[in-house]
Design a protein around this ligand. Structure first.
Ligand SMILES: *Cc1c(COP(=O)(O)O)cnc(C)c1O
Length: 367
């Protein structure tokens, strides 16, 4: 069977380095907010190209903290609006609504699958304060025009970089293009831990200080609480693992790009559509999505031939039960069509050439 993603093989690839890094933390007697955390935060900030990196509990928290900081710093008020792509993972939306802000869903461009730059201005109102730009599937969602819109309407550009570690736009890493970015180190992400983890990157010192406090009970000084925070920390074992995997991130992303190139150059079936091909600088291929009107048949066929696939994502956020009151009536035909037709092929740094060829052959034989 070809699995969708073998975390076991991904970890095994650097097993010796990971084992000894974890062992050193275990033996050190220091498990939270210590030297490993500090080192990883510095390395990751350097990698992304920002002044600050603040580790936190997970990617959802990272995004929640960014908007909470805007509220604590008096830059946003509950009820303010944030523009977000309609076809994102639910966590992007939760980070907005969790803070009492209003998520305004905007359709993606069906070719790039990213927020449609031509649909944004229509969604802007007097209460719009920010765009949450999601680099979905590892594809760079930033465009010159989106940057211009943010400047023109004075909107804070925030990036959801949970799926795009290592992706760049004109030589600059995603996660450094806006004022702040949320990153997830969920095990299946391109840069994954052996458990939950996340981080915020930013150049803004006030935001960094505020988030560091929020994620530590709201405290900047021991036993003195400036904010009503929570406990949302990245631990020493996870940062030790992440530090090892960060050293290999570019090389691992390159291997994903090679798999993707093979898919792009060899999948040839009129029943299957691929999204527009981006250059490798702009795509780290967290997910390789294909589209098919008979998606469910295709998934079943691949399964019967030993290939596991997933769907990202089968139900768009506005049709989820948790948002029925909010978006009952909303019609977002592009996001809805993508959800009906999307199928994610296996892609990773540990796939063999034989596996990739086998998948392509099966796809091309599908009738
Ligand atoms: C994974 C993911 C998140 C959330 O990250 P967690 O670490 O799982 O909380 C947020 N946004 C997107 C787009 C994601 O893919």
């Amino acid at each position: 069977m070809i699995p969708f993603l073998s975390l076991k093989d991904i970890t095994a690839k650097y097993a010796d380095e990971i084992h000894s890094a974890v062992q050193r933390v275990v033996d050190s007697g220091w498990y939270l907010q210590g030297k490993k955390n500090e080192a990883f935060e510095q390395h990751y900030a350097d990698y992304i190209g920002t002044k600050y990196c603040i580790g936190c509990g997970n990617g959802l928290d990272a995004l929640i903290w960014i908007y909470r900081a805007y509220i604590e710093l008096g830059i946003m008020q509950p009820g303010d609006e944030v523009i977000v792509p309609a076809n994102t993972y639910i966590a992007s939306i939760l980070a907005i609504t969790e803070n009492g802000l209003k998520a305004v869903l905007v359709e993606p461009d069906p070719n790039t699958l990213e927020l449609d730059e031509n649909e944004i201005e229509e969604a802007i109102t007097l209460r719009t304060k920010s765009i949450l730009l999601v680099h979905l599937y590892g594809r760079c969602a930033y465009t010159e025009k989106i940057g211009e819109i943010c400047r023109k309407y004075n909107l804070k550009l925030v990036e959801d970089n949970a799926q795009a570690h290592g992706c760049t736009y004109k030589g600059q890493k995603t996660g450094s293009l806006g004022e702040a970015a949320g990153h997830s180190f969920y095990p299946g992400k391109n840069l994954g831990a052996l458990g939950d983890g996340g981080a915020v990157t930013t150049d803004n010192k006030e935001m960094a200080d505020c988030i560091r406090a929020l994620a530590n009970y709201g405290s900047q000084k021991k036993y003195v609480f400036k904010y009503r925070g929570r406990n949302s920390r990245l631990d020493e074992i996870q940062t030790a693992v992440l530090d090892v995997r960060l050293c290999h991130l570019d090389e691992d992303n390159h291997l994903r790009q090679k798999v993707a190139a093979y898919y792009y150059e060899n999948i040839n079936n009129p029943l299957i559509t691929l999204p527009s091909r981006m250059s490798d600088e702009n795509n780290v291929y967290h997910i390789f999505p294909i589209f098919c009107e008979r998606r469910d048949d295709l998934q079943k066929y691949l399964k019967e031939h030993g290939v596991q696939t997933l769907i990202h994502y089968p139900i768009p956020p506005h049709l989820q039960e948790c948002y029925t009151d909010e978006w009952n009536e909303l019609s977002l035909p592009i996001a809805e069509r993508l959800a009906k037709q999307e199928l994610s092929l296996p892609i990773s740094q540990v796939m063999t050439e034989k596996e990739v060829c086998n998948i392509v052959e099966l796809l091309n034989d599908f009738r």
